[in-house]
Design a protein around this ligand. Structure first.
Ligand code: FPP
Ligand code: MG
Length: 294
C-alpha cells in the first residue's frame, strides 16, 4: 500500500523542478558526478512529494496532479503515515553517500521552514491582510526557499565556493517566487482539468493570494469580495462571484507583472562564470515558468 501511494503520486508526473534545479546547479563546477548526485536529487523530490501528501490531508484535498489524493483514496491516517514513510526514505538517501555536512543542515532547516509556513498559513486563513507583505513571506517559506536550497546545495556539493552558491540561492529564490505566484494565478484563471487540482480552492480554503489582495485593495467591489473571502461558509456561487471580481480588478495583470519581475531577477542572479550552454538551460527553465499554464 505504501509503495502504491508513493508511486501513484510520483508516477502522476509533476514537473520535477527541484531535482532538475539541483542537478543543473551542480554542473556549475564543470564536474559530472551524476551517479553520486542522483540520491540527493531524489531526496529533494521525495521531500516535496511527502510534504504534498501531508498538505492534501491538511487541506482535505481530493485531487492532485489530476489523480485522486492518498487521503481521498485511503483516508487521513494512512496518508499521514505514507508521508512519514516517504520522508524517512529521504534520510536513507542522504545517508547513503558522503555529502557535505552543510547539505543535511540546510535540508533540516528547510523542512522546519516548510512546517512553520504551513502553521502560519493555517492561522491566517480567511483573514484579510493589510498588504501583500505577509503573502510574500508566506510563499517564501512555502516554495521559494525550497527552490533556493535545491540550487544552493547543487552548487555546494561540488564545492563551487560561497559566492556562486549564494548567487544560485538567489536564482532559485526568485524562480520560486515567480513559480508560486503563477500557481496562485492559475487557481484564479485555470480550470480543474487544466491544473490537475480543484480551481478556486485557495479562496475556498481561505488562502488569500496576490491577485485577491490586489482586488481587495483596488476593486470597486472590494466590500463584496471581503465579505466572501473572509467567510468560511461561502457558497459555490459566491466563490464564482469572488473569482469574477478578482479577474475584473486587474489583479491578474498585476500578478503577471510581478512574475516577470522575479524572472528578471532570477536571470540576473546566474553567475557570470556559468558557461553558455548551462546558462541557456537556466534561462529556459526561467522562461518555462513564465509561460507555464498548468
Ligand atoms: C503546497 O502548497 C504545500 C507545500 C509546498 C508545503 C507543505 C509542507 C508541509 C505539510 C510540512 C512539511 C512536511 C514534510 C513531510 C516534509 P499549497 O497548499 O499552496 O499548494 P497546492 O495548491 O498544490 O496544495
Ligand atoms: Mg494545498
Amino acid at each position: 500500500m505504501l509503495s502504491d501511494i508513493g508511486s501513484r503520486l510520483i508516477g502522476a508526473g509533476g514537473k520535477r523542478l527541484r531535482p532538475a534545479l539541483f542537478l543543473l546547479s551542480a554542473r556549475l563546477s564543470g564536474k559530472d558526478n551524476y551517479d553520486d548526485l542522483v540520491p540527493l536529487a531524489a531526496a529533494l523530490e521525495i521531500t516535496h512529494v511527502a510534504s504534498l501528501i501531508h498538505d492534501d490531508v491538511i487541506d482535505n484535498s481530493g485531487l492532485r496532479r489530476g489523480k485522486e489524493t492518498a487521503n481521498a483514496r485511503f483516508g487521513n491516517h494512512v496518508a499521514v503515515l505514507a508521508g512519514d514513510y516517504l520522508f524517512a526514505s529521504v534520510f536513507g538517501l542522504i545517508g547513503d553517500k558522503e555529502y557535505p555536512r552543510e547539505v543535511g543542515l540546510k535540508l533540516a532547516d528547510l523542512v522546519k521552514l516548510l512546517t512553520v509556513g504551513e502553521i502560519q498559513q493555517d492561522s491566517s486563513l480567511y483573514k484579510i491582510p493589510e498588504d501583500a507583505d505577509e503573502y510574500y513571506r508566506q510563499i517564501e517559506r512555502k516554495t521559494a526557499e525550497f527552490m533556493a536550497v535545491c540550487c544552493e546545495t547543487g552548487a555546494m556539493v561540488e564545492g563551487v565556493g560561497p559566492k556562486m552558491a549564494r548567487q544560485m540561492h538567489d536564482f532559485g529564490y526568485n524562480l520560486g517566487m515567480a513559480f508560486q505566484i503563477t500557481d496562485d494565478l492559475l487557481d484564479i484563471t485555470g480550470t480543474d482539468a487544466s491544473i490537475g487540482k480543484p480551481a478556486g480552492s485557495d479562496i475556498r480554503q481561505g488562502v488569500i493570494t496576490l491577485p485577491v489582495i490586489y482586488a481587495l485593495n483596488n476593486s470597486s467591489d472590494r466590500e463584496k469580495l471581503t465579505a466572501i473571502v473572509s467567510n468560511p461558509e461561502m457558497s459555490e456561487s459566491e466563490l464564482a462571484e469572488a473569482i469574477t471580481i478578482v479577474r475584473e480588478s486587474g489583479g491578474v495583470d498585476f500578478s503577471r507583472k510581478k512574475v516577470q519581475e522575479f524572472i528578471r531577477q532570477a536571470k540576473a542572479s546566474i553567475p557570470e562564470e556559468c558557461d553558455s550552454e548551462l546558462r541557456k538551460s537556466f534561462e529556459s527553465l526561467a522562461d518555462y515558468i513564465l509561460r507555464r499554464n498548468f
